[in-house]
Design a protein around this ligand. Sequence first.
Ligand code: GLA
Length: 402
Amino acid sequence: MKKNLIILFLITVSLNSFAQKFEGLAQTPPLGWNSWNTFSTNINEQLVKDVADKFVELGLKDAGYEYIVLDDGWMAKERDANGNLIADPVKFPNGMKALADYVHSKGLKFGLYNCAGSKTCGGYPGSRGYEYQDARLYASWDVDYLKYDWCNTDKLNAEGAYMTMRDALKAAGRPIVFSICEWGDNEPWKWAKDVGHLWRVTGDIINCWDCEVGHGSWSSWGVWKIINLRKDIRKASGPGHFNDFDMMEVGNGMTDAEDRSHFAMWSMLASPLIMGNDLRTATPETIKTLSNKEVIAVNQDKLGIQGFRFSNEFNVETWLKPLADGNWAITFVNMNDEPIDFEFDWTKHEIGDDVNGKFLDLKNNIYTIRDLFNHKNLGDTSKKLKTTIGVHDVLMIKLQKK
Ligand code: GLA
């Protein structure tokens, strides 16, 4: 008997020391919506229900969006007498389990936010010291996704703190996508592959093309600042573990052309596509961009390769992404403040991705060219590509072997 107990103890100890993240999740970048960019902490039950309804009504669910994630501000300011987190009773009068049930009833998935520190960035109770208890609570509410932030962490070590929450989620037994959010400060692309399914690579995004907005000790970053900061860590992304370029600002004040380019680039980068706008008031043009299935297919390509910059000629950014079956996505973004007549001569370029050993054999093969925003074919690579691209607009194409 005693011997059996000792064996059981040893098995438990060794299982714990080899705890792993839930495998098999986020094999392609997660698609969803998060409350933060538009609503900050002003969130409530009705908003989430409306968003879930809009996912279905606007065709977003059909386009592949799945997760509805509540960011900071969902909790009451104090834990209960047993140390459990409680949903803010005014904002969420029916609690989180009922809300998760509602989201699930639409065939969608439900996510929550917390933080590795003693308090969240918004000053709500953090998980430090409560990791296993909180993980069990999320599992009991049928949560599918946890975004885990990095405020008020004092002297915590990032890798260790995120491993603790990973182990807690694993021990709670429910498959939960683990979204690491420490802003790239501790280079998670070097250590987080076995810890989380996605990790933020910069500080917070802001709704501008290429600006930086300083807040004293930290900055918010426009779309191109984020891209340029983190274009070189592409090796770290792959099925089950993605660089997260932050929730999108599509529909939040840039021009429609800039929104298209932003969406195209997040797709090229294999970033999670997490909408951050108000779906209740979104314009048809915004929804058209967000629900573009041909662009989403590039993001969701099963190889999960983060695309890379090929060139910048005449201030047109050219980016490449190898896709499954020998296909390629190419994105041209006009960075100029006026439209540009643009030409691309296929005979003059060697196109290849050394990191992934993928090469576009333009000498021996002809590829058809599909325009992914205008949903039409543009001939093939036997002739020069000629087009006009509007201000900050994009031509995104898929090359397919004939
Ligand atoms: C940090 C994160 C944001 C958001 C807020 C919430 O700034 O990076 O994405 O979650 O906290 O307070």
